[in-house]
Design a protein around this ligand. Structure first.
Ligand code: PLP
Length: 373
């Protein structure tokens, strides 16, 4: 048996929607993007959604829209994908790391409080694997210290914690529609926000700071446009957006399938004493299924699973141990001991809506056989 690490769940209607766009007038940001923005805002319950070509772009423009730049500090977590930190660096600000909670892998609000300095401008939590960080605690810290709050919700469209969803207690939530995400168009992203001014700024910055985007320039006779700001080229095409239209309607059904796969894994791995599973708080979006194994076994297990045709990944080695971040910000591995340990022990298993019971069984048996030998 071969078990892929990830298989997308695109349906025939998604492919048909792309065909419709290819046969239409508009290929770039136009009516389909506008419809995706409307449907996604409705699903997330946020007033505005701005479609972008990645979550990295959403993080970058979200921070810029908050006025963050040279000399500022933004607090984030070492247990994330590098884009969270590089988006901060690209604004000219410094990513300052705060350690995680050992059980969940999520940023620890107490560590955030300790990391605040007079230069701190914002807190950027990550909803790791689809479990929301403690937004109520972070909101209270941000409020006390006059800081902005922006969320990296790349893993986390559908989750809820303490009665709130991503984007409700912050200036915005940044989503990813990358190839392996819960909602995908290959490459894409969005910023969701309840703040009209924030949405307006990000919309302007996504296309060179131009006063009119292509779809608006098209209607009627030609009207001159102006360049109002120095912006970027981060807009999403209508071709990509077409893939999202019907998927948004299927988000809850796909989550139910992943929840079932998650429950099956938990049950089948329960008898293996070397394995623990990160704690879930609230309703999780379940983007990845990760386990924690003894650090000395992790890399051997990656090979053992690979040799038995099971796809794996590591999400993530703590980012303060990666060469560029380590050297640029003078990090030592032991600066964030919980993240260091979590990152050395984490292992991601095959996980997606269509994964079969016998595949989960095979992965679990293959793991068990590693310690049996
Ligand atoms: C936590 C996290 N943040 C940000 C990103 C960046 O997303 P994108 O590839 O859409 O730029 C990713 C992508 O994997 C991610 O996992």
């Amino acid at each position: 048996m071969k078990v892929e690490f990830y298989k997308h769940a695109l349906a025939e209607e998604d492919v048909e929607n792309v065909g419709k766009t290819l046969r239409s007038l508009f290929l770039t940001t136009g009516p389909v993007c506008a419809e995706v923005e409307r449907r996604f805002a409705e699903y997330t319950g946020l007033a505005h959604c701005v479609a972008l070509n990645s979550c990295t772009a959403a993080l970058h423009l979200g921070l810029l829209a908050l006025g963050i730049g040279d000399g500022d500090e933004v607090i984030t977590t070492p247990m994330t994908f590098i884009a969270t930190a590089t988006a901060i660096a690209h604004t000219g600000a410094t990513p300052v790391l705060a350690d995680i909670e050992a059980a969940t892998g999520l940023i620890d609000p107490k560590a955030v409080e300790r990391a605040i300095t007079p230069k701190t401008k914002a807190i950027l939590p990550v909803h790791l694997y689809g479990v929301m960080a403690d937004m109520r605690a972070l909101h209270s810290i941000a409020d006390t210290h006059g800081l902005h709050l922006l969320e990296d919700a790349a893993h986390c469209i559908e989750a809820e914690r303490d009665g709130i969803h991503p984007g409700r207690l912050s200036r915005g939530a940044c989503y990813s529609f990358y190839a392996t995400k819960n909602l995908t168009c290959g490459e894409g992203g969005a910023l969701g926000t309840c703040d009209e001014e924030m949405a307006h700024r990000v919309r302007l910055l996504r296309q060179h700071g131009m006063s009119k985007e292509a779809a608006n320039r098209y209607h009627g006779n030609y009207v001159h446009w102006d360049m109002l700001e120095l912006g970027w080229k981060y807009n999403l095409s209508d071709i990509n957006a077409s893939l999202l239209l019907s998927q948004i309607e299927r988000l809850d059904a796909q989550l139910a399938l992943r929840q079932h796969a998650y429950d099956q894994y938990v049950e089948m791995l329960a008898g293996i004493p070397q394995i623990t599973i990160p704690s879930v708080v609230g309703k999780a979006a379940h983007h990845l299924f990760t386990i924690q194994v003894p650090a000395e076994d992790r890399d051997n297990l990656l090979h053992h699973l690979g040799n038995n045709a099971v796809g794996t990944a590591v999400n993530y080695r703590a980012i303060h141990t990666l060469s560029w971040l380590k050297k640029t910000y003078n990090h030592r591995p032991e600066d964030f001991p919980n993240a260091l340990r979590f990152g050395r022990r984490t292992l991601s298993l095959p996980f997606y809506p269509g994964i079969k019971t016998e595949e989960i069984e095979y992965v679990s048996d293959t793991l068990r056989s590693y310690w049996a030998n």
